[in-house]
Design a protein. Structure first.
Length: 362
């Protein structure tokens, strides 16, 4: 059975991507605009960023390569460079890659046998490769889009410097970066930091957001039609109540319905599976931090003590002390990692399953 809207894998076709037509079309237009050097695709976890990226890249008129940074050696600068070039080789094809290699003088090996390990004996070889790549793209009257999914992880190897060099020097290569840890993406881009490598570079920002309740209802109704099942209004309301507007969780629920689970069982399983995922994500965030500094905050915010003064009051009420500086630091970290968001002057947990985990597991 083809799940289409309820397929839990990242989408690759626009017809399978619900409610994002405007974002897809505008992103494709930006990618095909030679005056746009970089696009930043931001959004909270499970709001459709990777699907949007996949579909947009399929509409690129030139060549494109996608790097899932999480699956790369992002903690080793030289190994990541080699990994990137091998990915470019795979995506542009052997004939095109051989044309790039022919631009290097002194290479005696058969071009098809050359690997990135052979080419990159030192980091100075990396800009040389991109210079040759850019020239070949120019000669071939085409361009290359390089997409870095979860790019903020590359800050560990200071890859921002390399991106700045690509941005500044190679007009036939354009960059798109995505990230779910929105504050860390801003840090990676050098916002408010004049000494950062990417500070001052112009870019287009595209943001995915949680769906509203009506959108989730429409998504479930249309997806239900595709799988030949009727999802009632009452069932949709319960999905919205427990899973909010997080399209990733709604898709998981729909996929379970496509496998013939009844509503109650499907919702129960999403809550169980999703809570384990959310728990692991929170544990990864807390692993190098003093746990209680953040779990107290999250519990208070979930209970509705979600304005700065109210949170400060909870410290006093519970006989705990923290400075204004420390409180602001904790809140900023939670925002940076996409665990809470600030709307007007109030703080909210971004994912209902984060809230569930905070109440039940911490």
């Amino acid at each position: 059975m083809v799940e289409m809207y309820f397929d839990v894998n990242p989408k690759t076709s626009q017809q399978d991507l619900f409610g994002m037509s405007y974002l897809v079309e505008s992103t494709i237009n930006y990618l095909n605009d030679k005056t746009v050097r970089m696009i930043v695709l931001k959004g909270l976890r499970r709001t459709g960023k990777t699907s949007l990226l996949n579909v947009a890249l399929s509409g690129v008129k030139g060549k494109s390569v996608k790097i899932d940074v999480r699956e790369s050696p992002y903690d080793d600068r030289r190994e990541f460079m080699r990994f990137l070039v091998e990915k470019i080789k795979m995506e542009v094809g052997e004939p095109f890659f051989q044309k790039i290699l022919k631009r290097f003088s002194g290479l005696k090996l058969a071009y098809k046998d050359l690997s990135a390990t052979f080419l990159f004996q030192s980091e100075k070889d990396f800009p040389l490769f991109f210079e040759k790549l850019n020239r070949q793209l120019e000669e071939s009257k085409t361009s290359l889009v390089i997409a870095f999914d979860e790019a903020q992880l590359l800050s560990q190897i200071k890859f921002e410097n390399n991106l700045a060099a690509i941005y500044d020097n190679y007009k036939n290569i354009r960059i798109i970066i995505t990230g779910s840890e929105v504050g860390l993406v801003d840090d990676f881009l050098g916002k408010k930091n004049v000494d950062a490598a990417l500070f001052g570079r112009a870019y287009i920002e595209v943001e995915t957001k949680k769906f509203g309740g009506e959108q989730i209802g429409d998504f479930l109704a249309e997806g239900g039609k595709q799988i030949g099942k009727s999802i009632t209004l009452k069932e949709s309301r319960e999905v919205i109540e427990f899973l909010d507007g997080v399209i990733g969780w709604a898709t998981h629920y729909g996929w379970l319905r496509s496998k013939n689970l009844p509503h109650e069982k499907a919702l129960e399983k999403v809550l169980a599976d999703g809570s384990e995922i959310a728990k692991r994500e929170l544990e990864n965030f807390l692993i190098r931090r003093r746990k209680t500094n953040y779990t107290h905050l999250l519990k208070w915010i979930k209970k509705g003590f979600n304005r700065w003064g109210m949170i400060k009051g909870q410290y006093a009420k519970n006989g705990m002390k923290t400075s204004d500086y420390q409180l602001n630091f904790y809140l900023k970290e939670l925002i940076d990692y996409g665990i809470i968001e600030k709307i007007n002057e109030s703080y909210f947990i971004t994912d209902p399953l984060f809230g569930r985990v905070v109440s039940e597991k911490f």
